[in-house]
Design a protein around this ligand. Sequence first.
Ligand code: FUL
Length: 430
Amino acid sequence: MIDPSLVRPSARQLAWQRQELTAFVHFGVNTFTDLEWGTGLDDPAVYDPQELSCDQWVRVLVDAGFKSVILTAKHHDGFCLWPSRYVTHNVAASPSGRDVMAELSAACAEHGLGLGFYLSPADLHQEKAPGGYYGNGSPVVVSDIPSLGSSRFVYEVDDYNRFYLNQLYELLTQYGPIAEVWLDGANPTSTAQEYAFDAWFDLIRKLAPEATIAVGGPDVRWVGNEDGLARETEWSVVPFASGRMVAAESAPEVAGPSELTAADELRWYPAEVDVSIRPGWFYHSSEDSAVKSLAELLDIYRKSVGRNAVLLLNIPPDRRGLFAEPDVQALSAFGAAIRSYYDTAVDLPGSFNVLSLREDIAAGQQVESFAVDASIDGAWTEIAVGTTIGYRRLIPLDHSVTADAVRVRVLAKRGAADVAVTVHHDPHLG
Ligand code: FUL
């Protein structure tokens, strides 16, 4: 049996987890066609964000406490938000003409926000447009990357994977440091196309060694739903067998005792919770009144960041190219609430309704179960029990507690555990 107490995060995983809040920005032709998934043959003429301001996005995000932002540089429809040399279906063919990656990169550099990108593996434009590469049955051949310019890397790949590597190369070399590369697993087509993941990961590691490769990549796993929920028992030490996770990403448990028994390898593989501030991932004016409330956002925060995960919250810009007013207001209230309720602890003696526990994950994830006691009127009383802690565990209480002190009892652990506890008051809890 492999010892799970020995597994540690890499430096890039540790830095990633400490961000807590990452923003997702879904923007592109779908913003203008009112679709969630474009067709691949959408007319670039529709894309015309006349008031585009990445600076506005970044200022709002920094103010709300986000540490990085991931842009859909290319969604499944294949339209690129940067002027790629490898396909004309991009911003340069639109009335706007502006390079959104470049503008976002400049705003991030100015305001100190990390930058990541989503480059959809599925590409309906490459599948449907004449001469497209996706699923074209082309042979695997020795290929220079980049294909245009001086070759720096060589991979044996087919046409589509060469195209994808060339796009990765552009995004990883032209826009400053990249914090996270997001490889969406959704497949909107039945056309068969193998992805040369080993080559993609190799290129990302060589060009951006500090970037996490998330969701379908080796550094960060998808939590398994898009509702904003991590599990109550959420391990970052995850069992693998024959190079794959033992459990499905969406299984109720991914790292319990039966998965551990079936493993031939354990990896540090923390969960990321992606959810949109609106029902859809892209902007639809019909959803202006469906922006999540502060109470809903705080619930998501407690169930993502507060369950050992990173929250990846999507805010889709509108057709002007700006975050819409309801979203700006929601984010501003969310940021203020996190600062005053969760970044600030209640001093004891005092009253509180949320417990916050943390393990020092640089030393792994060790706690299997715990109890928390409060000293109330001079007597220790158990007020909560739980399973995993990890980076941070937030436990909402049914009612407010007034106490002189709190203590944690670790009931079961894998290895030496260093647990810190603070108490908090969130007025939005019942
Ligand atoms: C999914 C995609 O199909 C959605 O459009 C969105 O990008 C979401 C984050 O991932 O798999």
